[in-house]
Design a protein around this ligand. Sequence first.
Ligand code: UT7
Length: 332
Amino acid sequence: MKKRAVITGVHAWVPDYILDNKELETMVDTNDEWITSRTGIKERRILKGENQGTSVIGTEAVKGLLEKTNTNPEEIDLIICATVTPDMLFPATANIVADNVGAKNSYSFDISAACSGFLYALTIASKFIETGAHKKVIVIGADKMSSIVNYQDRTTCIIFGDGGGAVLLEPTEESLGIMDSLLHTDGSGADFLHMRAGGSRKPATLETVKNREHSVFQEGSTVFKFAVTKMADVSAEIMKRNQLDAKDVAWLVPHQANKRIIDATANRMGIGPEKVMLNIEKYGNTTAGTLPLCLWDYESQLKKGDNLILAAFGGGFTWGAIYLKWGYDPQR
Ligand code: UT7
């Protein structure tokens, strides 16, 4: 019998501070009507305070996950953290989380695939389970986007927020869990969505700070065009190669970048809005955090055996989709 990796728990965490559209109106030349109609976002969470990095989000999510699934941290074999806002360039944020939660027997590493990071990390993690190498793997998707957003740039600061979540993956011989994964990269997309300075090509100088090159640059309309096409294409493709019709799909779990991109993807799949997970109005775009945040928000509505399509598009460009069968009923 083929061994599969199944999600046996999900937990997420967002900071308390709410940055709503009204407050953004006092910071840049924008308005609630524009933001809501163009993106679907009403508010986003911001992690405030000294020395508060993405590991805070990851640690809170994993602590809650361990408690909820009644898992001893010492049983964890591997922790993978998808993020583009690591606490530091090195060591990996996953290592910091592992230490914070007492995962003493685990090794850990980060994955950098921007908004598709959770899909990449989940795919990698599932392979370690399928081969029998590991029995308990945690996948985190988390970002503190406020640390790399220029709050004088109205084209980006209205989109992003802080938050994330984590899932526990375990082996199963039932027909459940990660059934298929389809991932893509197009490096030429770097021109349209990137953070110019702070890496090895352009280390920090007074000049780079003055020019605000340590924050997200996005050519919004170009990224939008790619996102609409690629996220819809990849979702349709994974359905086709698994012989799934719209009626077979219980939920679309889309990356929350822009409600218009989500609607286009659902339309292409032939799926009605009642089957689309949506929380962009509360959290905005938390990059690698959006998919686990959706699973956490909708966990109580998910049933064992439900077919879920997770889909994302983001910086890189990176994009992809995962087809999975949900592993448990709500009232565990
Ligand atoms: O998650 C990672 C991948 N990222 C994405 O998927 C994001 C993809 N892109 C988008 O979601 C959209 O392109 C944005 C939400 C970023 C922008 O929406 P848009 O409908 O593509 O607007 P636009 O960039 O074409 O700008 C339209 C107009 C411009 O004014 P003019 O030139 O027509 O006079 C902008 O200057 O809207 C203006 N504008 C704003 N107005 C009020 C841009 N940002 C704002 C703003 N408030 N915040």
